[in-house]
Design a protein around this ligand. Structure first.
Ligand code: SAM
Length: 350
């Protein structure tokens, strides 16, 4: 029926986890299971596979293909993660010399993906330093589980509490990069109901628990949102000031060079307008933060930030190229039509 059509994710995205395996060997195993390669994700049918052009070692398969019963999945060698949700770690692109904080980490998909960029040689004991903060103790348990599954529990230190209160900049002088993916309206998310109804009944309890972690994001009640416009406006205003505070806190760390901010929201209030508020903030200016240019933020991804949002504020400066530049530094993904959840990402650098 129409409802289940709407809930259906067009692609199940899986990424190879180099913390648990040899990437090339795992690729061969994936090839064995999915010998038919398609050139566009929109051509995926059951049994076929698409090799993503933006994120290394990320593949799209048909949502009906049961990957959770495969050994690669059970052993943590592949992880289910929406493509757009893989953008932040790829944009941050830390190496083994970086020290990273994930400020709002649970369930931990971006945390473990970030870790995967920080290993030089998969076979060696990895020298990865990540501090993960999570306010909600129950979600912190899921984070702990996910990190164990991904094989990086030795390298990721979990701190349970409010990132803006317990992560003191003077205590983390060596931190160079941030993933900031705070709670949002979740207006870009769909598909969970589909996954639940299709797979949950068939899974054993362990699998179901693991699945829960994989898919866990801020899940809004969309109906409620769209039925009560007034409430949505108030909610977005509260969320955007919280999101602003979280990113601004990350910007106050003395040696931070790069911060990737993301949401799974389609609302400009939580996306471009947070970027604008940060760019207008006197402290942020004083600290020297700028929006990184398109050339450093998956330049070939076609859908960028909404230029009209920047024009509303910066047009008076008589500087339309500045608006184009700022919008070009932002990434947007539309729910479903871009192959997954609705998403926003931007990178600040100095
Ligand atoms: N980055 C995660 C991932 O990819 O798996 C998803 C993060 S989810 C959108 C936001 C998380 O931030 C939630 O688990 C929420 O409990 C947590 N959170 C909200 N406010 C926080 C705060 N002030 N400090 C730390 N964590 C916070």
């Amino acid at each position: 029926n129409a409802d289940s059509e709407n809930d259906m994710t067009p692609v199940r995205w899986i990424r190879i986890n180099p913390l648990r395996c040899d990437v090339e060997a795992t690729k061969l195993e994936i090839q064995k299971k999915f010998p038919t390669r398609v050139e566009n994700w929109s051509d995926i049918v059951p049994g076929s596979i698409y090799y993503d052009e933006y994120i290394p070692n990320l593949f799209g398969i048909h949502p009906q293909d049961k990957i959770t019963s495969h050994n690669l999945y059970k052993q943590g060698k592949i992880i289910i993660q929406d493509r757009a949700s893989c953008f932040p770690a790829h944009i941050l692109h830390p190496d083994e010399n970086d020290v990273v904080i994930d400020g709002c980490a649970a369930p931990g998909n971006k945390t473990t993906h970030t870790a995967s960029y920080m290993i030089k040689e998969p076979s060696k004991d990895p020298k990865i330093q990540i501090y993960a903060f999570e306010k909600n103790p129950e979600r912190a348990k899921i984070l702990d589980k996910m990190i164990k599954v991904a094989g990086c529990s030795k390298n990721i230190k979990i701190n349970v509490g409010d990132f803006t209160k317990i992560a003191l900049p003077e205590k983390y002088k060596d931190v160079t990069g941030f993933i900031v993916d705070p709670s949002c309206s979740g207006s870009g998310i769909f598909g969970r109901k589909f996954i639940d109804s299709l797979n949950r009944k068939k899974m054993n309890k362990d699998e179901a628990d693991k699945k829960e972690g994989d898919e866990e994001e801020e899940v809004p009640d969309e109906q409620e949102e769209y039925n009560k416009r007034e409430d949505l406006k108030t909610r977005l205003s509260k969320l955007s000031s919280f999101q602003f505070q979280v990113v601004k806190h990350a910007m106050s760390f003395p040696n931070a060079k790069k911060i990737v901010y993301s949401t799974c929201s389609i609302h400009a209030e939580e996306n471009e307008r947070v970027v604008i508020d940060l760019m207008l903030d006197s402290k942020v200016k004083q600290w020297g933060w700028k929006v990184a240019p398109r050339s450093k933020v998956i330049p070939t991804w076609p859908r960028r930030g909404k230029v009209e949002e920047f024009e509303e504020v910066f047009r008076e400066d008589g500087n339309s190229s500045k608006c184009e530049e700022l919008a070009g530094g932002c990434i947007r993904a539309l729910p479903r039509s871009d192959g997954g959840i609705g998403f926003f990402a931007v990178c600040f650098e100095r």
